[in-house]
Design a protein around this ligand. Structure first.
Ligand code: HEM
Length: 443
């Protein structure tokens, strides 16, 4: 008899409970504590039910590596939650698989990687300076609120050439759309989903108009949209206006909050480590101030890069990723059934004491060329995920963070209001738990 050995294996430990009851318990707790607790109690894999779907958490180096290295074999992009499909569409890179996914990656890489990043330097530098001038005119500013406006302005300028987005309705449209994701799937004018769809229509109309106008120009321009349109013509790719708009909304929603998270965590964590700030200043002083910002100059900011890496390790903006199981497989003697969802956890790897010495300590020196803790094992440094679905905006993100922080160090001093709670909440995107006020001054 032809017995499939996988089908005879037990399911991972855990509790499926009744649909929705389990989920309620999860969200009653601090999510990060819950994740840590199940890891300590049950080990690297644990089954549960979230939003009515069967889900297995994968934690720790080996389990996470198993997910990241088996993309397209055992795992693929997750089943889209119904509301998500209705609000954001389903043609952006996050939901594509196999060849379609690889083709989209290649297309986006042309606009987000390598030499093309040169195009974006002046915009990032100028916008950073104009925000710092504004902040220096105030007494204390609300750090996360201001950084969130900065990233909205920046990302929309770089993606679609939109100016001063934070003064428009776009931020509110995005908020409405996010609020519609985990609610009852009833689209009436007064329900959250109804509001989300109305805002979705307004945002997509605005983006589609910009795309149509741009397609009429002889020179498509040098922002992300311009590069995509140019490359599309060259490689004869045929995305519709709607598909381009969906991809732009996807880049905006995957990039902007993560950048806000990284920048605010950077300022919070360094404010508690003045020695690190001092070394950062010394590195900037050694560079030629009169030399304009360039990719070559940014490459020289080696210590800054180490500090960014440490911030992203201790406060990873993204807590993990979701996948759907493509075919039955097994991990450490447990069956992982086809059709279930899987959630891999980034923090569990970045906090692993077998990889990172005293993982709870803020220590940028762990990334110097001698210690190189991020190179200890393949896929052990994963704030940007890893494998076939690694973040396509990684270089772009480093570019923004490096320019923002080096320009800040060159132009300002800053001081946090005393006795503030600087806790960073880690889920769903790392961000300050409370309002944090900071005073920026000249020099
Ligand atoms: C510090 C900033 C950022 C962090 C920490 C970050 C983190 C991540 C992570 C962990 C993933 C993988 C999720 C998974 O495995 O399912 C991801 C995917 C992605 N990120 Fe980022 N990201 C950042 C900034 C950006 C920016 C600025 C952009 C675009 C402008 C971007 C675009 C994307 C896209 C398109 C994907 C999906 C890739 C795919 O499915 O193939 N990210 N990001």
């Amino acid at each position: 008899m032809n017995m499939n050995p996988i089908s005879s294996l037990p399911l991972p430990p855990g509790n499926l409970g009744l649909p929705f009851i389990r989920q309620k318990k999860v969200f009653q707790k601090n999510y990060q504590d819950y994740i840590k607790e199940i890891y300590e109690k049950y080990g690297p894999i644990y089954k549960t039910r979230v939003l009515g779907k069967k889900l297995i958490y994968f934690q720790g180096y080996e389990a996470v590596k198993f997910v990241l290295t088996n993309e397209n074999k055992y795992f693929t992009s997750p089943i889209i939650f119904k509301n998500y499909k209705r609000i954001f569409g389903q043609t952006d890179i996050s939901w594509l698989a196999g060849k379609e996914h690889r083709d989209r990656q290649k297309l986006l890489a042309k606009a987000l990687k390598n030499k093309v990043l040169d195009n974006y330097i002046d915009t990032i530098h100028n916008l950073s300076q104009s925000y710092f001038s504004k902040w220096m005119k105030s007494n204390y500013v609300d750090l996360y609120f201001e950084i969130n406006n900065y990233t909205l302005d920046l990302v929309l300028k770089l993606l679609l050439g939109i100016d001063s987005a934070s003064e428009s309705e776009i931020g509110n449209y995005l908020k409405d759309m996010s609020s519609g994701l985990n609610t009852i799937p009833l689209a009436l004018p007064w329900t959250k989903l109804g509001h989300a769809l109305k805002s979705r229509d307004k945002l997509f109309n605005q983006f589609e108009q910009i795309i149509v106008e741009r397609q009429k120009e002889s020179d498509f321009g040098s922002d992300v949209l311009g590069i995509l349109l140019t490359v599309q013509e060259q490689i004869n790719s045929k995305l519709t206006v709607r598909q381009i708009a969906e991809q732009m909304v996807n880049l905006l929603s995957l990039g902007r909050k993560e950048l806000s998270s990284a920048l605010s965590s950077f300022l919070i964590l360094t404010s508690e480590h003045l020695d690190v700030l001092k070394f950062l200043q010394i590195e900037q002083e050694k560079l030629d101030r009169s030399e304009p910002v360039s990719l070559a100059k940014l490459k020289k900011m080696v210590y800054l890069e180490q500090v960014i890496k440490e911030v992203l390790r201790l406060a990873p903006p993204v807590s993990g990723g979701l996948r759907e199981v493509l075919q039955d497989c097994s991990f450490q003697g447990f069956r992982i059934p086809k059709g279930w969802n899987v959630a891999y956890q980034i923090n569990s790897v970045l906090q692993d004491p077998e990889i990172y010495e005293q993982p709870e300590r803020f220590n940028p020196e762990r990334f110097n060329p001698i210690n190189a803790e991020d190179k200890k094992k393949p896929l052990c440094y994963i704030p940007f995920g890893g494998g076939a679905r690694e973040c396509i905006g990684k270089e772009f993100a480093y570019l923004v963070i490096k320019i923002f922080i080096s320009t800040l160090l060159d132009n300002c001093s800053w001081k946090f209001k005393e006795n503030q709670d600087l806790t960073i909440n880690k889920f769903p995107v790392a961000r300050p738990a409370n309002k944090i006020e900071v005073c920026f001054t000249n020099g």
